[in-house]
Design a protein around this ligand. Structure first.
Ligand SMILES: [Zn+2]
Ligand SMILES: [Zn+2]
Length: 389
């Protein structure tokens, strides 16, 4: 039981890379400098580099021997439109953009594993290092898949990880089955008839319709969903009007729905449309629903998860590896990759003192780098081990 000593000795270099990436965050599909950073280093390690896969995506290929077997290791590179509140030296220099989900750490760990594997070459087969753009709800995984990612770089199995604020550093979770939720974003446009705030009888008030819908839509979860099925419906935006004495002509609601089951997400869409039509009709107004499925559930393959857990056992000891646990209601676009290739999406502890993901005080914990990088390197050696015939 131990980490990879060559990777532990790279800790200072990894920390420097991670803090550099943190200071220079870029939004999805705009990761040009980040992609340059990744590609330059991969080339420096002697790894063949392919760019422009899914716009700003980068793939590095390292092949040893003539075996056709292969593994994919995936990290995400994008940041979020958040104004960082941290004041440390490596805070964002790109105002309004922040690495608040730790993708700076994910990218660094995969780069470090690439450097180690390119030097040690202790495997037979092909490692595909997949640096994905635009994970945060804007379709980076699908963009890479549509650009032929898995045709050009076939992967027998695929591994990815995300840092987890509530887990201790040096702890992993490698759990089979559904791990993250399917997610949709929706916009509801309500059209009424505007007029004077003192003469409501001459209007169709879209604010009243919106208010009724906010309550009614919650009852899709409480009344139309089986009690043992997970469903979340959150209205996160309410927009209407801009004067004290004017009833506006339109109102807009927007939000997100999460379920662990894609079919349930589609049922909720149907119920949402019925409620919007019905409530609007009751008030002589009208409404439209734009419901967009953004994420599918991440489905961890049983065998890939067992291999991942074994590798984690070797690194940190089995007392620090979770093999069971309920899925979360967050979403992750690695789901689209996990539908194509047998995969395991792990969690890596970011420390109990970590701020939550997507929070303006969040920072990736640099002491977790050696764990994640060691995992990526060891899982490649394990899957592609030389005597595995
Ligand atoms: Zn995120
Ligand atoms: Zn993330």
């Amino acid at each position: 039981m131990s980490l990879i000593k060559e990777i532990v000795s790279m800790e200072a270099e990894m920390t420097e890379w991670r803090q550099h990436l943190h200071a220079h965050p870029e939004l999805g599909f705009e990761e040009n400098r980040t992609a340059d950073f990744v590609a330059t280093r991969l080339e420096g390690f002697g790894i063949q580099v392919f760019r422009g896969i899914g716009k700003t995506g980068v793939v590095g290929v390292l092949k040893v021997g003539n075996e056709t077997r292969s593994i994919g290791l995936r990290a995400d590179m994008d940041a979020l439109p958040i104004h960082e509140h941290n004041t440390f030296a490596h805070r964002s220099t790109n105002a309004g953009t922040m690495h608040a989900c730790g993708h700076d750490g994910h990218t660094t760990m995969l780069l470090a594993a690439a450097k180690y594997l390119a030097e040690s070459r202790d495997f037979r087969g092909q490692v595909n290092f997949i640096f994905q753009p635009a994970e945060e709800g804007i379709g980076g995984a699908q963009a890479m898949i549509e650009d032929g990612l898995f045709e050009q770089f076939p992967c027998d199995s695929l591994f990815a990880m995300h840092n987890a604020p509530k887990l201790e550093v040096g702890t992993f979770a490698a759990i089979p089955g559904v791990r993250t939720a399917a997610g949709a974003f929706f916009d509801i446009e309500i059209t009424g008839k505007g007029g004077h705030g003192a003469f409501p009888d001459q209007t169709v008030d879209p604010v009243i319709i919106a208010g009724e819908l906010i309550g009614s839509l919650q009852s899709i979860v409480s009344r139309n969903t089986r009690p043992n099925q997970t469903a979340v419906l959150s209205i996160t935006q309410v927009h209407a009007g801009d004067a004290y004495n004017v009833i506006p002509g339109t109102a807009r609601l927007a939000g997100t729905v999460r379920t662990l089951d894609l079919a349930l997400l589609q049922q909720i869409e149907t119920r949402m449309r019925q409620r919007v039509d019905g409530v609007c009709l009751a008030h002589s107004g009208s409404g439209t629903v734009d419901f967009r499925i953004i994420f599918h559930p991440v489905q961890n393959d049983t065998q890939a998860s067992a291999i991942a857990a074994e590798v984690c056992d070797q690194l940190v000891g089995e007392n620090h590896v979770y093999r069971k646990g309920p899925p979360g209601t967050g979403s992750e676009d690695f789901s689209f990759m996990s539908e194509v290739v047998p995969s395991c999406y792990l969690n890596l502890g970011n420390g109990a003192n970590s701020h939550p993901l997507h929070n303006h005080d969040y920072d990736f914990n640099d002491s977790a780098l050696v764990y994640g990088a060691s995992f990526f390197a060891r899982v490649a050696e394990r899957v592609l081990q030389e005597d595995d015939e």
